[in-house]
Ligand binder design. Structure first.
Ligand SMILES: *Cc1c(COP(=O)(O)O)cnc(C)c1O
Length: 377
């Protein structure tokens, strides 16, 4: 039995070994560890990549979302519309500002927030909408901007999962007034530890975040606002700058791998493959399929050496942390259905055609056997 891991960095790390390790030596000898040249250089490169005027490196993705919202002065009494099916960090960053999360259900085909549902959730207290480009597919930012403009709302993108994706040819992370991303190691662009960034065209917002991340200090020993410590490490910035140069090639590879899965799995009855809306592109942070037999399929694959994951088994509104909001089971039915039916298949840079064939083979066999079983029963 050939095992297939859910995520392997083996191949990617092997390819980068010399480049990163020789850079590590430069870093080690520089004796500069926090907010130095490397961070500045990466910020410039990532701003260019995102098509924004400014990028501010921060300590992680959570802080990036929180600081973006904080820069817009979002606070207690405000409401922020969020996807019901996102990773809980999106909600937690809103809660950190003491604003209220207002979840809305997604389009089940794209997993992305539904602009019509945003419109229905707007109240006089709504200040912002926080779309997440789920699993690597860009949201329809034009439709979202249209609703936001009509109601005078800020748009803040949580681009933790979709660096390099586009909506109508324009990169994610460039649509909102101010946007956030994460470089958690398993993300599309991953550091060797925690890191994140904020992107914006607005110089005043950029200055605010830049100040906030370093104890509210714009100038050494002078503290203009009550800031936090959310600085990006030099070593992470250096690694990210190297990886950023390779990112578009990796995205091509990810799309090719997604194509292989589609070739193998198209037409399997009982299995829903990822769908990409025509106006956007997908960078496949995750390859998420759906089936009402998800748990049985997952077990079957595990029994045959194929590791899978579920993103995410418990939606934020059903987490204990959010019981205070009073959402019961059934209150956000699409998020709940996705939580019960979604399965993330093995997917990573360096995955081989053969590995895809093995995973797909077991999936086909599962559904064939299921049919046979039904026939006999
Ligand atoms: C990973 C992630 C975050 C948080 O990023 P960290 O760097 O882990 O703090 C926020 N939002 C979404 C959608 C994510 O996937």
């Amino acid at each position: 039995m050939t095992r297939v891991p859910f995520l392997s960095l083996d191949e990617l790390h092997e390819r980068l070994r010399d480049e990163i390790l020789s850079h590590f030596e430069v870093f080690y000898d520089s004796r500069s560890f926090i907010l130095g040249k490397e961070v500045g250089r990466f910020e410039e490169a990532y701003a260019r990549f995102s098509g924004t005027r400014h990028c501010i490196g921060v300590a992680n993705g959570f802080d990036a979302v929180y600081l973006a919202l904080e820069a817009l002065d979002i606070s207690e009494g405000d409401e922020v519309i969020v996807p019901s099916n996102t990773y809980v960090a999106t909600w937690l960053a809103v809660s950190r500002t003491e604003a209220t999360v207002v979840p809305v259900d997604p389009d089940p085909h794209t997993f992305n927030i539904d602009p019509a549902a945003i419109e229905e959730a707007v109240t006089p207290r709504t200040r912002a909408v926080l779309p997440v480009h789920m699993f690597g597919q860009a949201c329809d930012m034009e439709a979202i901007a249209e609703v936001a403009d009509r109601h005078g709302l800020f748009v803040v993108e949580d681009n933790a999962q979709a660096q390099g994706a586009e909506c109508r040819g324009r990169p994610t992370g460039s649509f909102g007034s101010i946007n956030a991303t994460s470089f958690y190691p398993s993300k599309i662009l991953g550091a060797l530890g925690d890191a994140g960034a904020v992107t914006t065209d607005d110089g005043a917002l950029a200055y605010h975040v830049r100040t906030m991340r370093n104890y509210g200090s714009g100038r050494k020993n002078f503290h203009e606002v009550i800031g936090v410590n959310s600085r990006m490490d030099e070593i992470q910035a250096g690694v990210l700058a190297i990886k950023l140069k390779h990112l578009s090639g990796w995205i091509e590879e990810r799309r090719r791998t997604a194509g292989w899965y589609r070739e193998e799995l198209e037409g399997v009855e009982g299995l829903i493959l990822p769908y990409t809306a025509p106006e956007v592109s997908h960078v496949y942070h995750l390859y998420v399929v759906r089936s009402r037999y998800r748990d049985e399929l997952r077990q079957y694959l595990a029994d045959h050496g194929v590791e899978t994951m579920v993103h995410y088994p418990v939606p934020p509104h059903l987490q204990r942390a959010y019981r205070g909001l009073g959402f019961g089971t059934g209150s956000l039915p699409i998020a709940e259905e996705l939580a019960e039916t979604s399965l993330s298949l093995p997917f990573f840079v360096g995955m081989t055609r053969e590995q895809v064939r093995i995973v797909a083979g077991w999936i086909c066999e599962f559904f064939e056997r299921g049919k046979a079983g039904n026939g006999e029963g």
